[in-house]
Design a protein around this ligand. Structure first.
Ligand code: FE
Length: 173
């Protein structure tokens, strides 16, 4: 009788199966044919295609320049050793060694893993002049860069957590 009841509940509420699953450190990219941590070929993918591939919250930040609310992202206060990748395309972006504790509420780095890991663009939105930081491979929005970081660069890459995938371990070169 109990077993029958269990199966009835599972049939009626199949999503219950996922409730106890722990959130993994990286997102699920099984439906993203452009995601690769080894292929550095520059991508030319339309927003219409990204919209079909990416979760809505990632699409809003990565392709529509939205900003996640401060102190809400997964990595703003993380200090685990490892490597941060672009959540859209898998491009290697930052080492945890370049991450520093910032009170701004977003994950902050003083340098990118390679100079061409990211690209920069003037951003004059919201009545401000800022420098936008985009992924060097897929040109997705990551965040902005400011001149108030620590040495040696004195830069602060102020990133959206949702735009990053983190892999714990020894940081990639
Ligand atoms: Fe990317």
């Amino acid at each position: 009788m109990r077993l029958t009841l269990f199966f009835i509940v599972m049939l009626l509420f199949p999503s219950c199966k996922g409730v106890s699953q722990e959130r993994t450190m990286t997102n699920d990219h099984t439906n993203n044919p452009h995601y690769s941590r080894t292929d550095t070929t520059h991508l030319h993918v339309s927003d219409a295609e990204w919209k079909k591939i990416l979760p809505a919250d990632l699409y809003a930040v990565a392709r529509e320049q939205a900003t996640e609310r401060a102190f809400t992202g997964q990595y703003w206060d993380a200090d685990t050793k490892g490597t941060y990748y672009c959540a859209v395309c898998g491009n290697t972006l930052f080492k945890s060694d370049a991450k520093f504790a910032s009170s701004c509420g977003w994950p902050s780095f003083f340098e990118a893993i390679r100079p061409n890991s990211v690209i920069y663009r003037d951003d004059n939105s919201h009545g401000m002049h800022r420098t936008e930081v985009l992924c060097g491979r897929c040109e997705s929005h990551l965040g902005h860069i400011f001149d108030d970081g620590p040495p040696p660069s004195y830069k602060r890459f102020c990133m959206n957590s949702i735009s990053l995938d983190f892999e714990p371990g020894i940081a990639s070169k």
